[in-house]
Design a protein around this ligand. Structure first.
Ligand SMILES: [Zn+2]
Ligand SMILES: [Zn+2]
Length: 144
């Protein structure tokens, strides 16, 4: 009986540790108190600190304003208030794919979700609009 309990306790401690690590990784601002209060953790601040130290993770709730952030798109360091991109171009580049129209050679963008929405994930987008598609098909026909 005693052995069984010990195994359970060890397993519990392992799960708790995993949960603490997951909480810290998902939210670097979370305080030790908040982590300890999590219903799956239920430990004192001090115990949470020890576990985070063990795992090589920052123990104190980090002030998000002091974290250096980088533009998600181009990787440039961001200054000032919390944001994810350095400028509008990067926002647009992140959310859109850029294509070159095969008919007119113009570059154009489509939202990354576009292909998925249209259910044509495999086929690249080749023309900026229907007119160009029409023009291109007309040219193909002439070649025949
Ligand atoms: Zn950028
Ligand atoms: Zn075009």
């Amino acid at each position: 009986m005693k052995t069984q309990n010990t195994i359970d306790l060890l397993e519990e401690a392992k799960q708790r540790r995993k949960k603490i690590v997951a909480l810290r990784q998902s939210d670097p601002k979370m305080t030790l108190q908040a982590i300890g209060n999590d219903k799956e953790v239920g430990l004192s601040r001090e115990r949470v600190r020890q576990i985070l130290n063990d795992e090589g993770l920052p123990s104190s709730g980090i002030d998000a304003r002091r974290i250096i952030r980088y533009c998600i798109q181009c990787g440039k360091e961001l200054k000032g208030k919390i944001k994810s991109f350095c400028n509008k171009d990067c926002i647009s580049a992140y959310h859109n794919n850029t294509f070159v129209c095969e008919a007119c050679g113009k570059t154009f963008t489509r939202p990354k979700s576009y292909n998925i929405r249209k259910g044509v994930l495999q086929s690249p987008i080749r023309f900026c609009n229907r007119k160009c598609l029409g023009a291109w098909m007309g040219r193909q026909n002439k070649k025949d």
